[in-house]
Design a protein around this ligand. Structure first.
Ligand SMILES: [Zn+2]
Length: 146
Protein backbone atom coordinates (compact mmCIF):
# COMPACT_ATOMS: atom_id res chain seq x y z
CA UNK A 1 0.00 0.00 0.00
CA UNK A 2 1.42 3.37 -1.03
CA UNK A 3 0.97 5.84 1.82
CA UNK A 4 2.61 8.76 -0.01
CA UNK A 5 -0.04 11.50 -0.27
CA UNK A 6 2.02 13.43 -2.82
CA UNK A 7 3.52 16.24 -0.77
CA UNK A 8 4.31 19.34 -2.85
CA UNK A 9 6.47 22.36 -2.03
CA UNK A 10 6.54 25.79 -3.60
CA UNK A 11 8.04 29.15 -2.67
CA UNK A 12 5.93 32.23 -2.20
CA UNK A 13 6.24 35.41 -0.13
CA UNK A 14 9.72 34.27 1.02
CA UNK A 15 8.25 31.07 2.54
CA UNK A 16 8.58 27.39 1.72
CA UNK A 17 4.99 26.18 1.57
CA UNK A 18 4.17 22.47 1.86
CA UNK A 19 0.79 21.28 0.59
CA UNK A 20 -0.90 18.21 -0.88
CA UNK A 21 -2.01 20.18 -3.95
CA UNK A 22 -1.33 23.72 -5.11
CA UNK A 23 -4.05 25.96 -3.68
CA UNK A 24 -5.80 28.78 -5.55
CA UNK A 25 -4.42 31.28 -3.05
CA UNK A 26 -1.27 31.37 -0.94
CA UNK A 27 -1.92 30.04 2.59
CA UNK A 28 0.52 32.63 3.99
CA UNK A 29 -0.43 35.87 2.22
CA UNK A 30 -3.69 35.00 0.41
CA UNK A 31 -2.31 36.14 -2.96
CA UNK A 32 -4.05 34.67 -6.00
CA UNK A 33 -1.94 31.79 -7.32
CA UNK A 34 -4.11 30.94 -10.34
CA UNK A 35 -2.46 33.62 -12.45
CA UNK A 36 0.95 33.55 -10.75
CA UNK A 37 3.54 31.86 -12.95
CA UNK A 38 6.42 32.59 -10.57
CA UNK A 39 5.77 29.57 -8.40
CA UNK A 40 7.34 26.30 -9.46
CA UNK A 41 5.86 23.50 -7.36
CA UNK A 42 7.94 20.36 -6.94
CA UNK A 43 7.26 16.98 -5.32
CA UNK A 44 8.84 16.11 -1.99
CA UNK A 45 10.00 12.50 -1.51
CA UNK A 46 7.84 10.82 1.13
CA UNK A 47 10.05 10.90 4.25
CA UNK A 48 8.15 8.38 6.37
CA UNK A 49 8.45 4.64 6.58
CA UNK A 50 6.52 1.61 7.72
CA UNK A 51 8.35 0.47 10.87
CA UNK A 52 7.76 -3.23 10.19
CA UNK A 53 9.89 -2.92 7.05
CA UNK A 54 12.86 -1.54 9.00
CA UNK A 55 14.23 -4.25 11.28
CA UNK A 56 16.67 -3.34 14.05
CA UNK A 57 15.79 0.35 13.87
CA UNK A 58 14.85 3.24 16.09
CA UNK A 59 11.35 4.43 15.10
CA UNK A 60 9.53 7.64 15.97
CA UNK A 61 5.93 8.78 15.47
CA UNK A 62 3.52 11.27 17.01
CA UNK A 63 1.79 9.91 20.11
CA UNK A 64 -1.54 10.88 18.52
CA UNK A 65 -2.33 11.30 14.85
CA UNK A 66 0.36 11.44 12.18
CA UNK A 67 3.14 13.75 11.10
CA UNK A 68 1.57 15.18 7.94
CA UNK A 69 -2.01 15.88 8.96
CA UNK A 70 -2.11 16.48 12.69
CA UNK A 71 1.37 16.98 14.15
CA UNK A 72 2.40 20.30 15.70
CA UNK A 73 5.78 21.28 17.12
CA UNK A 74 4.65 20.91 20.74
CA UNK A 75 2.93 17.53 20.30
CA UNK A 76 4.26 14.44 22.09
CA UNK A 77 6.29 11.87 20.23
CA UNK A 78 6.33 8.11 20.76
CA UNK A 79 9.58 6.22 20.32
CA UNK A 80 10.24 2.55 19.78
CA UNK A 81 12.69 0.06 18.37
CA UNK A 82 12.08 -2.81 15.99
CA UNK A 83 13.48 -6.30 16.35
CA UNK A 84 14.91 -8.30 13.45
CA UNK A 85 11.38 -9.25 12.30
CA UNK A 86 10.06 -5.65 12.38
CA UNK A 87 8.02 -6.08 15.58
CA UNK A 88 7.84 -2.91 17.65
CA UNK A 89 9.00 -2.54 21.24
CA UNK A 90 7.98 0.76 22.76
CA UNK A 91 7.82 2.37 26.16
CA UNK A 92 4.89 4.29 27.61
CA UNK A 93 3.33 5.02 31.01
CA UNK A 94 2.72 1.27 31.45
CA UNK A 95 6.33 0.35 30.74
CA UNK A 96 8.02 -1.50 27.91
CA UNK A 97 5.70 -3.42 25.62
CA UNK A 98 5.66 -5.21 22.30
CA UNK A 99 2.93 -3.72 20.16
CA UNK A 100 1.31 -4.29 16.76
CA UNK A 101 3.06 -2.74 13.78
CA UNK A 102 -0.19 -1.31 12.38
CA UNK A 103 0.13 1.89 14.42
CA UNK A 104 3.62 2.48 13.05
CA UNK A 105 2.89 2.71 9.32
CA UNK A 106 4.01 6.34 9.01
CA UNK A 107 7.07 6.99 11.13
CA UNK A 108 10.64 8.14 10.97
CA UNK A 109 13.16 5.29 11.06
CA UNK A 110 16.82 5.29 11.91
CA UNK A 111 18.48 2.00 11.14
CA UNK A 112 20.69 0.86 14.02
CA UNK A 113 22.27 -2.03 12.16
CA UNK A 114 23.89 -1.13 8.87
CA UNK A 115 25.72 -4.43 8.39
CA UNK A 116 22.74 -6.80 8.80
CA UNK A 117 24.61 -9.67 10.41
CA UNK A 118 22.91 -12.66 12.04
CA UNK A 119 25.05 -12.17 15.15
CA UNK A 120 23.88 -8.57 15.57
CA UNK A 121 20.22 -9.46 14.99
CA UNK A 122 20.35 -12.34 17.47
CA UNK A 123 21.98 -10.13 20.10
CA UNK A 124 19.54 -7.28 19.40
CA UNK A 125 16.49 -9.53 19.69
CA UNK A 126 17.85 -11.16 22.83
CA UNK A 127 18.45 -7.78 24.48
CA UNK A 128 14.93 -6.61 23.61
CA UNK A 129 13.34 -9.78 24.95
CA UNK A 130 15.42 -9.59 28.13
CA UNK A 131 14.29 -5.99 28.68
CA UNK A 132 10.67 -6.91 27.96
CA UNK A 133 10.75 -9.85 30.40
CA UNK A 134 12.50 -7.76 33.06
CA UNK A 135 9.89 -5.03 32.76
CA UNK A 136 7.06 -7.57 32.91
CA UNK A 137 8.63 -9.20 35.98
CA UNK A 138 9.02 -5.81 37.72
CA UNK A 139 5.42 -4.81 36.96
CA UNK A 140 4.14 -8.23 38.07
CA UNK A 141 6.19 -8.04 41.27
CA UNK A 142 5.03 -4.51 41.97
CA UNK A 143 1.42 -5.53 41.42
CA UNK A 144 1.77 -8.29 44.03
CA UNK A 145 2.99 -5.75 46.61
CA UNK A 146 -0.37 -3.97 46.70
ZN1 LIG B 1 2.36 34.02 -0.28
Amino acid sequence: MNRDPGLICFKHCKSDIFVFSVPKSCPECNADLTTNTDITPFSIPFPFTRASQYPCSLVLRPTNGDFLRSYSNNADLHIGVTNSRGNIFSYDEHGLKEEPAKDWDECLSIQCNTTSSDVFETSWDSALNTCLQSTTRIITTATHLF
